[in-house]
Design a binder for this molecule. Sequence first.
Ligand code: PLP
Length: 475
Amino acid sequence: MDAEEFRRQGHAVVDWIADYWSGLRDRPVTAQEPPGAIAARLPAAPPEQGENFEQILADLDTVVTPGLTHWQHPGFFGYFPANTSGPSVLGDLVSAGLGVQGMLWATGPACTEVETVMLDWLAQLLDLPARFRSTGPGGGVIQDSASSATLVATLAALHRAGGGDWRAQGVTRRYRVYTSTQGHSSIEKAARIAGLGDEGVRAVEVDELLALDPVALRTAITADQAAGVVPALVVATIGTTSTTAIDPLPAISQICREYGIWLHVDAAYAGAAAVCPELRHTHTGLEYADSYCFDPHKWLLTGFDCDAFWVADRAELVETLSVLPEYLRNAATESGAVLDYRDWQVPLGRRFRALKLWFVLRSYGVEGLRAHIRSGVELAAWFADQVRADERFELVAPHPFSLVCFRLRAGDESSAALLARLNATGRIYLTHTRVAGRYTLRLAVGSPLTRKEDVFDAWRLVSELADVADQADSD
Ligand code: PLP
């Protein structure tokens, strides 16, 4: 494909995406295809000769879109949102076109420096503690996901807990990671990857709001120490996956300081809320964390993948992860004047993800981003009010952000039946969790296309179908 043909087909692709977005409302939110149907539409082998591009594009409509869960659909209320937006897609397109591999400062100076400044911008935007800014000993980096951020934090924490010998010796003692029973599964995965095995993570009890109980944390730490186990890391969460509970950072960070334990704060979804000053109280106590992350790719209009991860002391992180073979040596690295982000992550290679953040931050501006978050929070609050006012339902947890957890008072079977009926309509999509063992529906507002009318419609549907589902527990 030469440059002129690329220009022509590139316009067609952008048109296709714009049409896809504007037609989303008319599609069912989830795929209506049985397993295997999509694969069956693909030939068994790649074509011998190159095909014409129009045909490739046309096949998106026949092969791909009928088999999708449409995460950008205005009726998508499942999991947490996975936002994208025009500026994000275009920033990613430029990144793909540049094809830069920014493993070292020297392999793409702008790739590194734009990223450093974007992470400093984001730190300002969220009003994060000054220690995370690159102008001091800390700094931020883009990871592919919050899971990777947790893994990297786990490795750095082990390095610290081992007095600097983990790097050379590996896991020679029994180390422990602490999180609440509501902590994300990536914490357990990171501990397993790090070699801590079945006993690596201790799930600390929570209070009635499903937030980590600091008294139970202290008890677990002292019991472990007495048994010869080394406490290495506490992962606190702002906005747990199940119900968006907020762990009490001031008390947790006090304990971490007392025992010299690395504190990582996982705000994968809810971190975006801190762009709004009125929601920053959810981050109180962050000033003593060793690391913090959130996913602009969830609720901040930036396409997957983009996790923003900060450390208070970048030297500790680099010391943990740096491996420098001869073929990567260069004068800039040796001068000590540059950041080499390969030392801040697991893979060596990295693409220019900061471009999409740059495009998003500049296109929306601080006020545009705040408007997006506020709309989600307000619509969720409206939905929660309807639930509260309807005696067939109960709210299961507070809704500090844009997730509402609710269920039918009639019981688990009725609630599960309601979810199945709602999703079968194809008009909206919700997911579920269990809270204290009981089946709970989750409605997460946050798709950029979701408007007031969509949340009103969602409530109308929930309300109408509840009566039918209500029978399930009594049948
Ligand atoms: N942490 C929390 C609190 C989450 O809710 C999630 C995903 O929903 C993750 C981590 C994992 O995010 P990622 O897909 O970026 O690894």
